[in-house]
Design a protein around this ligand. Structure first.
Ligand code: C2E
Ligand code: CA
Ligand code: CA
Ligand code: CA
Length: 279
C-alpha cells in the first residue's frame, strides 16, 4: 500500500508538472500570437426564426498555433484573461469584426449585423466605451449593426462604474446581449436595471428542450420575460428541427446553431452573405 501511495503521488506530481508546463508553454505562445497573426475569426450565422434569413452572426475567435495546432477559446480565453492579454486580443477582435461587417454593407443592401464577445475583464480593466467609440469611428460601422455579448457575471457584481459603462455603450447605439442566459442568477427586476437589448438562451436549455419539462419551462419563462421587457431572444445551440419548431412556436426571435450552420471561416461566411434569402 505504501508503494502504491508513492506511485500515486509521483503520478500526481508528474501530471501536475505537465499541466503547469503546458500552461507555461501556451502562455509564452499566446504572448506572440497577435504579432504573428495566428488569430482568425470564424462567423456563425444568426437567423430570423420565422423566415430563416441571415440577420446577424457571432464572431468566434480561433487560434492557429503552429506547435499546438488549433487551440479552442475555452482553453486560451481563461489564460488570456489571467495574463491581461485579453485586452489587446479583445481590441483586435472588435476591430476585425467591425471592418468585416462594413465590407458586407458595400456589397448588399441588408447586410447582417455582428455580435462580438466581450470579456468581463475588458469592462473591469479598460475603458470599453472609448474602445467601442474609437473602433466605430475608425471602421465606419453603423453602431446599430453591432452588439456586444456580455455575461451575467458582469451584472451580478453590480459595480457602479460597470453599470455606467453599459449605459454609455448603449448610448452609442450599440446593442447589449446577455450570453449563456439562464445559467447565472438574474431575476426580472434585476435585469430591468441594465440597458440590455437581447438575451441569448444557453445551449444547455435548448439541448433538453424537447425531452425535459423543466428545461422547456425555463425557455418559455425566458421568452415571456423578454417579451414583457421588450428584449429580443436568441436561442443558442439549436441542432434539431424539433428544437427549432418548439422555439418558433414559443415566439423566439432568432436562432443560432448547427441546425443552420457551425461557425465558419470568413470565405464561407461571405458566400452566405452574398446569397441573401433564407439560409
Ligand atoms: P459562447 O459565446 O457561448 O459561444 C458559443 C459556443 O457554442 C461556440 O463555441 C460555438 O462554436 C458553439 N456552438 C454554436 N452552435 C452550436 C451547436 O449547435 N452545438 C454545439 N454543441 N455548440 C455550438 P466556441 O467557438 O468554442 O467558443 C467557446 C467560448 O469561447 C464562447 O462561448 C465564448 O465564451 C468564448 N469566446 C469565443 N470567442 C471569443 C472572443 O472573441 N472573445 C471572448 N472574450 N470570448 C470568446
Ligand atoms: Ca457568445
Ligand atoms: Ca453563449
Ligand atoms: Ca458559453
Amino acid at each position: 500500500a505504501k508503494e502504491n501511495g508513492r506511485n500515486l503521488s509521483q503520478f500526481f506530481t508528474t501530471q501536475m508538472n505537465d499541466e503547469a508546463n503546458e500552461r507555461r508553454a501556451l502562455e509564452t505562445a499566446l504572448h506572440q500570437a497577435l504579432e504573428r497573426e495566428e488569430f482568425v475569426l470564424h462567423y456563425q450565422p444568426i437567423v430570423d426564426a420565422r423566415t430563416s434569413e441571415l440577420v446577424s452572426c457571432e464572431t468566434l475567435l480561433r487560434w492557429h498555433q503552429p506547435e499546438h495546432g488549433n487551440v479552442y477559446p475555452d482553453k486560451f480565453i481563461p489564460l488570456a484573461e489571467d495574463t491581461g492579454l485579453i485586452l489587446p486580443i479583445g481590441a483586435w477582435v472588435l476591430e476585425k469584426a467591425c471592418f468585416e461587417a462594413v465590407n458586407w454593407a458595400k456589397k448588399i443592401k441588408n447586410p447582417p449585423n455582428i455580435s462580438v464577445n466581450m470579456s468581463s475583464r475588458q469592462f473591469q480593466r479598460t475603458d470599453v466605451v472609448a474602445l467601442v467609440r474609437d473602433t466605430l469611428q475608425k471602421t465606419g460601422l453603423d453602431p446599430q449593426r453591432l452588439t456586444l455579448e456580455i455575461t451575467e457575471s458582469l451584472l451580478i457584481v453590480d459595480d457602479k462604474k460597470i453599470v455606467q459603462q453599459l449605459h454609455d455603450v448603449r448610448k452609442l447605439g450599440v446593442g447589449l446581449s446577455i450570453d449563456d442566459f439562464g445559467t447565472g442568477y438574474s431575476s426580472l427586476s434585476y435585469l430591468r436595471r441594465f440597458p440590455i437589448t437581447t438575451l441569448k438562451i444557453d445551449r444547455a436549455f435548448i439541448l433538453d428542450l424537447t425531452t425535459d419539462e423543466e428545461a422547456a419551462a425555463v425557455v418559455s419563462a425566458i421568452l415571456s420575460m423578454a417579451n414583457s421587457l421588450h428584449m429580443k431572444v436568441v436561442a443558442e445551440g439549436v441542432e434539431e428541427l424539433e428544437q427549432l419548431n418548439a422555439l418558433r412556436e414559443g415566439g423566439c426571435d432568432y436562432i443560432q446553431g448547427y441546425y443552420y450552420s457551425p461557425p465558419v471561416p470568413i470565405e464561407a461566411f461571405r458566400l452566405m452573405v452574398q446569397k441573401e434569402g433564407p439560409l
